[in-house]
Design a protein around this ligand. Structure first.
Ligand code: ADP
Ligand code: ZN
Length: 348
């Protein structure tokens, strides 16, 4: 069992990874007057019986990540007479975690919640750091709060029931940590990618520990996403644009990030920030995944339009997090004109 601490400004919490982590979550729940579980139908079917609390079971998928769902959950929380000393348990993937965290953050102006992530994406990324939210018809996560959990409890074994596509979805973020955070971890990923795809337990455990500790460190340095946390955006400037112009139907988030990382690495190389051999190393790892890497067919102006709307932009310039070697990144701002010029070179 591995325990990683996330240091916040006013307190700390732990991420517990390993066999038996869920028992720890149950022990933590004992400290509250009432516990309310939020999950989705798939996860409830597989793991719900391990928790005997009143619960709200969401319809699976991103479509359920709405204010309507949040309001229905909040009504149930009122109906079960949850108090300020009650706990919300979020059992599921990123969708459940984001909605449950949001409900926890607004119920009676905020009560405690705990994350029990069951997808790879949620285990390495969305369950850590306190970002909560729901989508609106105008975009993703437009309504949300910062509300850090009391703890994150990760049982790696639950990944064995995850569909392959969801594993790849999470691996996008895993590879991202290798490129932004640590050259040794990048090297490790390069050498163990096939075992990781097969979910070999020791490799999965090592990877979860590495990713969570990189994320914990970045969150500690920038709790409210005002600076350092930007580096988590590697692959996402282009990735988000690919998702948006295909109306979130063309790619999973992880696939879009994998493709986004390839083109952002190419951009870094074209700009002279990333040497050719560094680019080749990154390309080789990314191309282990069997994806449609070509993005030439996608509407260029629509892609630029999305990139220009990005929250991370500054003074009308587009923010890119670019690798300077595998394991190290830096921010680069490009004007829309510069972007247009480089785009042709990198996509062809
Ligand atoms: P993400 O974590 O990628 O944001 P979701 O929360 O939408 O995504 O979860 C992706 C899908 O995987 C959902 O249909 C969810 O019900 C399902 N799921 C979550 N955890 C597991 C698991 N351990 N085994 C099987 N399916 C799961
Ligand atoms: Zn992401």
């Amino acid at each position: 069992m591995e325990i990683i601490t996330v240091e916040l400004l006013d307190r700390q919490y732990t991420i517990t990874i390993g066999d038996g982590a869920w028992d720890q979550a149950l022990a933590c729940a004992e400290m509250y007057d009432k516990v309310f579980l939020i999950t989705d139908e798939n996860v409830a079917g597989l793991y719900g019986s391990q928790f005997s609390y009143p619960q709200y079971v969401m319809t699976p998928g991103e479509e359920g990540k709405t204010m309507e769902t949040a309001l229905a959950i909040l009504d149930e929380m009122v109906r079960h007479s949850l108090t300020r000393n009650s706990l919300v348990l979020a059992l599921g993937g990123g969708v459940v975690g984001d909605v449950a965290g949001f409900c926890g953050s607004v119920y009676m102006r905020g009560i405690d919640y705990v994350q029990i992530p069951t997808t790879l994406l949620a285990q390495v990324d969305s369950s850590i750091g306190g970002k909560t939210g729901v989508n609106t018809v105008y975009g993703k996560n437009l309504i949300g709060t910062f509300h850090q959990p009391q703890g994150v409890y990760i049982d790696p074994a639950v990944l064995n029931t995850l569909p392959k596509k969801e594993v790849v979805n999470g691996l996008g973020e895993v590879i991202k940590y290798g490129i932004i955070g640590d050259p040794d971890f990048f090297e490790y990923l390069k050498n163990h990618l096939h075992e990781l795809l097969e979910l070999k337990p020791q490799v999965v455990f090592d990877v979860l520990c590495q990713c969570c500790s990189i994320k914990a460190q970045i969150v500690a340095e920038d709790e409210k996403d005002q600076g350092e946390r930007k580096i988590l955006n590697f692959g996402h400037t282009i990735g988000h644009a690919l998702e948006a112009v295909t109306e979130y139907k063309g790619y999973t988030h992880g696939e879009a990030v994998l493709i986004g990382m390839l083109y952002e690495a190419r951009l870094a190389n074209a700009l002279g920030l990333l040497p050719g051999y560094g680019y080749e190393e990154i390309r080789e790892v990314l191309e282990t995944f069997d994806l449609n890497w070509s993005i030439q067919h996608l509407p260029e102006e629509a892609i630029f339009h999305v990139m220009m709307q990005d929250k991370k932009n500054c003074d009308g310039q587009i923010s890119f997090i670019l690798p300077i070697q595998p394991g190290q990144v830096q921010e680069m701002l490009l004007t829309p004109e510069q972007m247009r010029r480089w785009w042709r070179r990198i996509v062809s």
